[in-house]
Design a protein around this ligand. Structure first.
Ligand code: PLP
Length: 383
């Protein structure tokens, strides 16, 4: 039974109002930062406030968690010290099982999963955009989790969340979707059948390149979810109040940022197609992208602010383009206000499915014409 709470407000309104939170005593409109690490105990030895100790109880953290839960139409959300902490917590909380993961996914997590046997799990990596491969990899009664990342970093392939969830659930497996690149503005994985949605909140949710954080949100309060909560508390992987407060502030403009970044990314991708210095442009909003149909069905309001380009002539030319831009900043990460360019294979290293001629582009909030001019100037040097 789907018993998730659902407000009549749109995610855009929930985010902008920060749930309407303020301080009742002063009527201040902005939520305060709650920094206490411990809370008063009642005379009868109880904790009637419900707050006991800072590692598990903090109002600033709960504020941001509630915002994310509402935007994802989730039962509940939990914040972590990073996206990696959020993701690994799911695997650490799972009893030993068989897991199906995508070949194309955030490289840091893929690398960690290659060694996950030490926690008792078996992993099969598949092309998650190919449903036949996914079906063949799921073992009924044995597979406990299917991990999805869509659009997937850094090739921006698309996974059909509803179709994968159906296969997984039929076999008794849960589905967790890394929706970092899509954000709750463009996709609601829980509505499409995922059990848990995950975000590197370091990216779009915070959006200002000044907080490292991760989030999980669940459709149901399952046994796994309760274990995730206790592993987070036991490992002490909870976000600090200052970071949670900054995250709440970032979330308030999430909708505007993501829609604008998606518009600009689509405009840029469209203009870059056919550039003589490029062999391909990878963006799910392009008409000939293999995942375009699925993306159009499961994403609304845009196809995201991330794209990649493959530069003719290999790695040296790709690095030369990144060296010759001025507006774009050479840096890793994505989802912030400033546009970033990155030669991705130099960070992902051996064993990555990322080709060495690929540049990953995170489109920020600058004018897309300025961004195009800067990039095409660097590309034209090669032609
Ligand atoms: N998931 C995706 C899709 C990412 O791109 C990243 C980081 O780049 C992560 C998870 C890990 O997040 P964090 O860097 O916040 O640990």
């Amino acid at each position: 039974m789907d018993d998730r709470p659902r407000t009549i407000l749109k995610p855009q309104t929930i985010a902008a109002r920060a749930l309407g939170a303020g301080r009742p005593t002063t009527t201040a409109l902005t939520p305060p930062i709650d920094v206490a690490t411990t809370y008063l105990r009642d005379a009868d030895n109880g904790y009637s406030s419900g707050y006991v100790y800072g590692r598990q109880d903090n109002a600033s953290v709960q504020q941001a968690e509630a915002q994310i839960a509402d935007m994802e139409f989730a039962r509940e959300a939990l914040l972590f010290t990073s996206g990696m902490a959020a993701a690994t917590m799911v695997f650490l909380a799972l009893p030993p099982t068989h897991i199906v993961c995508p070949n194309v996914m955030y490289w840091g997590l893929r690398r960690w999963l290659q060694d996950v046997r030490r926690y008792g799990h078996d992993v099969t990596f598949v092309d998650m955009s190919n449903l036949d491969e996914v079906r063949a990899a799921i073992i009924p009664g044995k597979t406990g989790l299917v991990w999805i990342e869509t659009p997937s970093n850094p090739l921006w392939t698309i996974t059909d969340i509803a179709a994968v969830a159906e296969c997984a659930h039929r076999a008794g497996a849960l589905v967790c979707a890394d929706s970092t690149a899509a954000t709750p503005v463009l996709t609601q994985p829980l509505d499409l059948g995922a059990d848990i949605v995950m975000h590197s909140a370091t990216k779009y949710l915070n959006g200002h390149s000044d907080v490292v954080a991760g989030a999980l949100a669940t459709a149901h309060r399952t046994e796994l979810w309760e274990r995730i909560r206790s592993v987070r508390n036991q490992h002490g992987a909870v976000l600090g109040p200052f970071d949670a407060w900054l995250l709440t502030r970032g979330l308030r403009t999430l909708d505007l940022r993501v829609k604008e970044q998606s518009r600009s990314a689509r405009a840029l991708a469209t203009r870059l197609v056919g550039h003589p210095a490029l062999s391909s442009v990878l963006y799910p909003g392009l008409p000939d992208h293999p995942g375009r149909q699925v993306a159009a069905r499961q994403m609304s309001g845009g196809f995201g602010g991330m794209l990649s380009v493959r530069v003719k002539g290999g790695a040296a030319n790709a690095v030369a383009v990144a060296a010759n831009v001025h507006l774009w900043r050479r840096a890793t990460s994505f989802g912030g206000i400033e546009s970033l360019i990155e030669h991705r294979s130099s960070i992902e290293g051996d064993g990555s499915p990322c080709p060495d001629d690929l540049l990953r582009l995170s489109v920020g909030l600058e004018d897309p014409d300025d961004l195009y001019r800067d990039l095409s100037h660097a590309l034209n040097v090669l032609t």
